[in-house]
Design a protein around this ligand. Structure first.
Ligand SMILES: C[S@@+](CC[C@H](N)C(=O)[O-])C[C@H]1O[C@@H](n2cnc3c(N)ncnc32)[C@H](O)[C@@H]1O
Length: 342
């Protein structure tokens, strides 16, 4: 006899109005709409009695003790149902021959075998390599893509079409902007007018900072220079971030790793995300507290990425923000990546 907690192969009834969901990840089976329970002290075919009925709006887990059923593997059992269906409805439960636990144990042993080299590893196609290998961290992706070398060279200035391509790939992969789900009165909402044209353009710096952004006209202190997350991409987990980078060339992926960073409190319920602007804003360099000439003026409330000139800025001057608000210059050592398994 075995106490069964999860792997019911099949449930059938002469009324067919409930669904079974099997969740291998959670190692549990769920019944939705209606919930099967064993009856206390029933008779006849019933194992321990009854099936009581529960109309549930949310699924209830079979791994719950309510559903512990003693059985033999491969055995057929019948449970009479009361309330759930009409009194005399029979529900047949056929238990899987192999329980999930046994299967999981074998899978775990094979997996460990692969990891420690006891089991000969077949040549793994790239598409399934993560089944056998732990997914790469940010540093591993950075070094495997040869980013150290790539980023030493002069990097290109991206055109609007190239930025758009990054945003399109992200959208095609199911990317969603969490700020669209902010409530109307959320203080993080941007107040940037939809037609705001940022008064800066990317170009190469001459002081060894790579690319930067430069004022395309004189900008008055207090003027808005950027706003909102219209061009941002967001990732809620390390896997979607990896998948995005996988769609890009080494050169592009190395750049994107530099242009994106993890941050707390961005999602509608304060979730952390990895995000970054996919426009020239990504090339803004750090001026530290002292030399930053754009940012959120002291005492002013600023929505997400609403930035203002902190002093008068001349045409051609580099626009610098203060990175300490977001991330460190040495982005690879930014501890928060670890929260995403990166
Ligand atoms: C978001 S990118 C900015 C664009 C970058 N200059 C480029 O060409 O890719 C951030 C990176 O720029 C570089 N950077 C930004 N501000 C800097 C500064 N004040 N001094 C030196 N490097 C800086 C650092 O390498 C940093 O990781």
């Amino acid at each position: 006899m075995r106490r069964h907690y999860g792997t019911i192969a099949e449930i059938s009834t002469n009324e067919n109005n409930y669904d079974i969901l099997y969740h291998p990840d959670k190692e549990e089976t769920m019944l939705t709409h209606r919930v099967l329970q064993t009856k206390q002290g029933g008779g006849g075919d019933e194992e321990r009695g009854n099936c009581s009925h529960n109309e549930l709006s949310s699924p209830k887990s079979l791994s719950d003790n309510n559903f512990a059923l003693d059985h033999r593997d491969g055995e057929e059992k019948k449970y009479s149902m009361s309330k759930l269906f009409s009194d005399k409805t029979d529900v047949k439960v056929i238990f899987a021959k192999k329980t999930l636990r046994t299967t999981s144990l074998w899978s775990a042993l094979v997996f460990i075998g692969y990891r420690i080299g006891l089991v000969v590893r077949p040549k793994t196609p790239a598409s399934v390599k993560w089944i056998f290998e732990p997914p790469p961290t940010l540093k591993q992706m950075y070094y495997s893509r040869n980013c150290d070398e790539i980023l030493k060279g002069t990097r290109p200035i991206y055109t609007e079409e190239q930025w758009q391509r990054f945003r399109d790939i992200w959208k095609l992969q199911g990317g969603k902007d969490p700020s669209r789900r902010y409530k109307r009165n959320d203080r993080r909402n941007s107040i940037a007018p939809p037609d705001l044209v940022p008064p800066f353009r990317a170009a190469q710096t001459t002081n060894g900072r790579g690319r930067g952004v430069f004022a395309t006209r004189d900008i008055k202190k207090g003027e808005m220079t950027y706003g909102g997350t219209k061009h941002y991409i967001f990732f809620y987990d390390g896997h979607s971030y990896r998948r995005f980078l996988d769609a890009l060339s080494d050169e592009e992926a190395c750049d994107i790793m530099k242009f994106t960073w993890p941050q707390h409190g961005v999602g509608p319920r304060g979730e952390s995300v990895i995000w970054g602007p996919m426009d020239d804003m990504a090339l803004q360099n750090d001026g530290g507290k002292k030399r930053a000439n754009i940012g959120c003026p002291k005492g002013k409330h600023c929505g997400l990425f609403d930035e203002y000139a902190l002093r008068d800025i001349n045409k051609g001057e580099e626009l610098l923000c203060d990175y300490s608000q977001f991330f460190s210059l040495d982005f690879l050592d930014y501890e928060m990546w670890k929260e995403f398994g990166l």
